[in-house]
Write a new protein. Structure first.
Length: 106
């Protein structure tokens, strides 16, 4: 008897799943025009939206920012991060600890 009830429950579950509408999956397709670059064996092309002028205006590349040194006294290493409390550039955990000690002493 128990076996029949289990089978009946399982069949009921399948019926309820079939009654629900199937929702399409996948990302939303946006209607925003895009620039598309295609590199195929037979051709290479750039597809632009109608409102983008072509040929594109040349631009000069931005220069890299100057490298910063560690802000802890006596350290000459390059900066790897910035202390969240003092906003001083630091290079290592040891310099971070020195920086916090100096900040707390003030």
């Amino acid at each position: 008897m128990r076996k029949n009830q289990t089978v009946h429950k399982l069949l009921k579950k399948q019926d309820s799943k079939l009654k629900r509408p199937i929702k399409p999956r996948g990302g939303k397709s946006s209607s925003v025009p895009r620039i598309i670059y295609r590199n195929r064996l037979d051709d290479i092309c750039i597809l632009l939206p109608p409102d983008v002028p072509f040929p594109l205006r040349p631009e000069i590349a931005k220069s890299y920012p100057e490298p910063q040194l560690c802000g802890v006294d006596g350290c000459t290493n390059m900066r790897t991060s910035i202390c969240s409390k003092t906003q001083v550039p630091i290079c290592s955990l040891a310099c971070y600890k020195k920086n916090l000690k100096a900040f707390e002493a003030l």
